[in-house]
Design a protein around this ligand. Sequence first.
Ligand code: S3P
Length: 195
Amino acid sequence: MTPPNPSFTPTRTIVLTGMMGAGKTCIGRKLAERLDLPFVDADAQIAEAAGCSISEIFERHGEEAFRDGERRVITRLLSEGVHVLAVGGGAFMDPETRALILEKALSVWLRADIELLLSRVLRRDTRPLLKTGDPREILERLIEERYPVYAEANVIIDSLDAPPEVTVEKTHEALAAFMKDNPQESQKQQSRKAS
Ligand code: S3P
């Protein structure tokens, strides 16, 4: 693989995907700082637009309505300026949202194993999908369904139980290497910039 370009400056939004508890918000925030870009959390935007929490959206309107709102918010965010965007764990599973992310953004899958995810998600009870049964069983099922699809992301980074700076560094390097190794992506980037 080509060594990373240290002067990598993204001209497309970087989308972080992965399961609940993978560290998308924490890593996204730090990556944005490092790249001197704004950080946006799609779930926070959805909650703001709805005027209530994600759990309340699920309770009052159901998952389908949440996914519609999620698609709308991500579509809007991807038409705005370059930033680092953390999306909820289900966003990349929606075929329309995924196609849009793959077309317009640079995507990163933060991959983590079940024990790490479980240890993190059990610290908070803000995830409606985990309230419907045993969190381990639910996560195992979602991992089976989602990991083959998350694998379509441009870059895959193992989210380890290490200081976030380690994962941020790896993500930065992997994105730079991806852009170097995929000149057709740079081409896309330039034509979008010029248009
Ligand atoms: C979901 C993940 C959550 C949130 C919603 C649904 C999912 O976001 O969007 O609870 O389907 O995995 P995080 O991945 O940021 O926890």
